[in-house]
Design a protein around this ligand. Structure first.
Ligand code: HEM
Length: 474
């Protein structure tokens, strides 16, 4: 069970105080092996002690394996930037868990394959392309908001709702606007169920196999993979036959493949990259939105400031992507949410060769853990690290990228960062303008860390249309 620090102040008590975002109380003693193993199954957030939230490097031995937690800016730079070539490999757990679905897709590839493909994917989701996806983002969010209005205040689960919204946006931007709802649902369902079925832990790796053990997939999981692959391959083949949506990311991938035969991008490679962008590009944004609504509901003074700004910028019309640079509060809420609840709370890396991090000798195959969760709440680097204070991201604040890195950093930084930030800000502003989203009274959202950081058991909410509904989008 999960203890909190102090309860958050009520609005009346607030004074100079702020909402303290829920988090597990650090342990007073280092966990033993069994507790770490149990923790990795349930949530690694429960295994940390007070000192984990300070600058430092910490080592653990799990069975035959050294695991090194790096939580100091200069050594984070060393791992992600200076010695990135030695620490670019994802952990065997992650590679094994995702290889069947993503093949050699960018998220888990490495070495020459990663080097060749990275510029291709980075170009497709580059910030200069984001405006071309604006109409899709706006339309999908507007339709989604109409669905909320029809719920008429009934309770629903917010994580699933946000996943539905962001999956629809990414499905239409990656695969095209003529994908069709049945095919889109097949992909979305396949990914969602697959991610729930994968395990965080690979025993073989901790027993000494550097590559971990291959995971046995039962017929159920194989069916999900086939379901996803068949839809994505059909979309690619349609594009190759000149029948796809010209504005989609797959269209860009296919054009690149045709223009640069040297890249060796066959249908399988294109499928792996399209599937990777789809997977990497929606659940992260969905959990960001879920936590943002949770924090806003507990910090009405922030919600009010955000609403006032949306009204000043947009009046009665719905926000558009072009408004996003002027929605400073919405942007700051998204950034502060990413600080407190980074959707990817752990960035594990496997050492390719022996190395040294600070005083700690690293052996080939060791696991290096860098946790945005810990660094974003580090008492040596942040003032009031547990408080929800979007103001820290406003007025041109300069935040050190070595202490704030929800999108990772160095050569493997998330290429979809600008897409994700713009999308999250637009969706949040559009929905907040129209609805007051409130968690079930007294409900405590406890963060758990699996592949992404989610509220344990979801987040039951109601979305009540605001008293003076705005005019419909033009
Ligand atoms: C709030 C939204 C998002 C967050 C917080 C986020 C976070 C991250 C992080 C932390 C990584 C690095 C993981 C690691 O090194 O282990 C990553 C990688 C990646 N992300 Fe995102 N992401 C977001 C949205 C997106 C979007 C919208 C896209 C695409 C449209 C995307 C595409 C990718 C890809 C392709 C990679 C693999 C990059 C590589 O390994 O070179 N992400 N993301």
């Amino acid at each position: 069970m999960f203890n909190l620090y102090t309860p958050s102040p009520t609005v009346e008590e607030r004074g100079a105080d702020y909402f303290i975002a829920p988090h597990p109380k650090p342990r007073t003693q280092m966990p033993n092996l069994i507790e770490i193993l149990m923790g990795s199954r349930h949530s690694l957030l429960d295994t940390w002690v007070e000192g984990s939230y300070r600058n430092g490097i910490d080592t653990h031995r799990i069975l035959g394996r050294q695991v090194i937690f790096v939580n100091a800016p200069e050594w984070i730079k060393y791992v992600f930037v200076t010695r990135n070539s030695n620490f670019e490999r994802k952990s065997p757990q992650m590679r094994r868990a995702l290889e069947v679905l993503l093949g050699d897709g960018l998220f888990i590839s490495e070495g020459e394959t990663w080097k060749r493909r990275r510029p291709l994917v980075a170009d497709i989701v580059h910030k200069t392309r984001v405006p071309s996806f604006g109409a899709t983002m706006e339309q999908v969010t507007a339709n989604f908001a109409d669905g909320w209005a029809a719920k008429d205040g009934a309770e629903f689960e917010l994580t699933a709702a946000m996943a539905e919204l962001t999956a629809e946006i990414i499905a239409q931007t990656v695969f095209g606007r003529n994908l069709g709802s049945s095919a889109a649902n097949q992909v979305i369902e396949g990914f969602t169920k697959y991610q729930h079925a994968v395990d965080n832990f690979n025993l073989g790796y901790f027993l000494g196999w550097d590559e971990g053990w291959p995971i046995l997939h039962g017929p159920g999981k194989k069916r999900l993979v086939t379901m996803v692959h068949s839809v994505v391959e059909k979309v690619i083949n349609d594009h190759l036959a000149g029948e796809g949506d010209e504005g989609s990311m797959v269209a860009l991938l296919v054009k690149r493949a045709e223009r640069s035969p040297g890249l060796g991008l066959d249908v399988t490679a294109l499928r792996n990259e399209a599937a990777t962008i789809f997977m990497a590009g929606h659940e992260t944004t969905a959990t960001t939105l879920t936590w943002a609504f949770y924090c806003l509901a507990h910090a009405p003074w922030v919600e009010q400031a955000m609403l006032d700004e949306i009204r000043a910028v947009c009046g009665d019309r719905a926000p558009t992507l072009a408004d996003v640079p002027n929605l400073h509060w919405a942007d700051a809420v998204v950034q502060e949410t990413l600080r407190l609840y980074p959707p990817v709370p752990l960035l594990p890396r496997q050492a390719r060769e022996a190395d040294q991090i600070g005083d700690i000798p690293v052996k080939k195959g060791d696991l290096i853990m860098i946790a945005p969760w810990l660094m974003h709440r580090n008492y040596d680097c942040w003032e009031n690290p547990m408080h929800f204070m979007p103001e820290r991201f406003m007025n041109g604040a300069r935040i050190n990228p070595l202490v704030y890195f929800p999108f990772a950093l160095g050569p493997r930084i998330c290429p979809g960062m600008n897409f994700g930030l713009a999308e999250a800000t637009l969706c949040l502003a559009t929905l907040v303008q129209r609805f007051a989203v409130r968690p079930r009274a007294g409900y405590l959202a406890e963060p758990v860390c699996r592949l992404t950081l989610r509220p344990d058991g979801g987040l039951p909410v109601t979305a009540k249309e605001r008293a003076a509904p705005r005019a419909k989008a033009a």
